[in-house]
Design a protein around this ligand. Structure first.
Ligand SMILES: [Zn+2]
Length: 84
Protein backbone atom coordinates (compact mmCIF):
# COMPACT_ATOMS: atom_id res chain seq x y z
CA UNK A 1 0.00 0.00 0.00
CA UNK A 2 2.52 2.59 -1.16
CA UNK A 3 -0.19 5.18 -1.52
CA UNK A 4 -1.19 4.95 2.13
CA UNK A 5 2.39 5.30 3.26
CA UNK A 6 2.81 8.36 1.11
CA UNK A 7 -0.37 9.73 2.58
CA UNK A 8 0.92 9.08 6.10
CA UNK A 9 4.15 10.88 5.43
CA UNK A 10 2.32 13.82 3.96
CA UNK A 11 0.07 13.97 6.99
CA UNK A 12 3.09 13.82 9.27
CA UNK A 13 4.86 16.57 7.38
CA UNK A 14 1.63 18.50 7.47
CA UNK A 15 1.36 18.22 11.24
CA UNK A 16 4.99 19.24 11.63
CA UNK A 17 4.24 22.28 9.54
CA UNK A 18 1.52 23.21 11.99
CA UNK A 19 4.13 23.47 14.72
CA UNK A 20 6.06 26.03 12.71
CA UNK A 21 4.98 29.60 12.25
CA UNK A 22 3.15 28.45 9.18
CA UNK A 23 5.89 28.86 6.57
CA UNK A 24 3.40 27.87 3.89
CA UNK A 25 -0.28 28.36 3.50
CA UNK A 26 -2.14 25.32 4.77
CA UNK A 27 -3.51 24.54 1.35
CA UNK A 28 -0.11 24.53 -0.28
CA UNK A 29 1.30 21.25 -1.41
CA UNK A 30 4.41 20.27 0.54
CA UNK A 31 7.36 19.83 -1.74
CA UNK A 32 9.73 17.02 -0.88
CA UNK A 33 13.34 16.56 -1.91
CA UNK A 34 14.96 13.18 -2.48
CA UNK A 35 17.98 12.40 -0.34
CA UNK A 36 20.26 9.47 -0.99
CA UNK A 37 22.35 7.67 1.62
CA UNK A 38 26.09 7.72 0.98
CA UNK A 39 26.49 4.45 2.89
CA UNK A 40 23.60 2.16 1.93
CA UNK A 41 22.36 3.99 -1.16
CA UNK A 42 18.73 4.09 -0.07
CA UNK A 43 16.62 7.11 -0.79
CA UNK A 44 14.30 9.07 1.44
CA UNK A 45 12.02 12.04 0.99
CA UNK A 46 12.62 15.13 3.08
CA UNK A 47 10.17 18.04 3.08
CA UNK A 48 11.73 21.07 1.45
CA UNK A 49 11.11 23.33 4.43
CA UNK A 50 13.13 20.95 6.64
CA UNK A 51 16.01 21.13 4.18
CA UNK A 52 15.78 24.91 4.17
CA UNK A 53 16.07 24.95 7.94
CA UNK A 54 19.24 22.88 7.70
CA UNK A 55 20.59 25.42 5.24
CA UNK A 56 20.63 28.15 7.87
CA UNK A 57 23.49 26.39 9.64
CA UNK A 58 25.57 25.92 6.53
CA UNK A 59 27.98 28.01 4.55
CA UNK A 60 27.07 28.69 0.97
CA UNK A 61 29.09 25.88 -0.54
CA UNK A 62 28.15 23.25 2.03
CA UNK A 63 25.54 20.61 1.34
CA UNK A 64 22.68 19.72 3.58
CA UNK A 65 23.21 16.35 5.19
CA UNK A 66 20.54 14.36 6.99
CA UNK A 67 20.76 11.08 8.87
CA UNK A 68 19.74 7.93 7.01
CA UNK A 69 16.70 6.31 8.68
CA UNK A 70 17.91 2.88 7.52
CA UNK A 71 21.56 2.80 8.62
CA UNK A 72 22.17 6.17 10.34
CA UNK A 73 24.66 7.06 7.63
CA UNK A 74 24.90 10.49 6.01
CA UNK A 75 22.35 11.31 3.33
CA UNK A 76 22.77 13.98 0.72
CA UNK A 77 20.41 15.44 -1.78
CA UNK A 78 20.04 13.28 -4.88
CA UNK A 79 20.42 15.44 -7.95
CA UNK A 80 18.05 14.16 -10.58
CA UNK A 81 16.71 17.40 -11.86
CA UNK A 82 19.12 18.87 -14.44
CA UNK A 83 17.67 22.33 -13.85
CA UNK A 84 19.20 22.46 -10.40
ZN1 LIG B 1 21.80 4.39 4.81
Amino acid sequence: MAKNKEQDELSKAFLETLDEDDPFGLNEEIKVLIFKCLDCGKEDEVPEYVVEEFHFDLKENEEVEVVCPFCNGPMRRARKDPSE
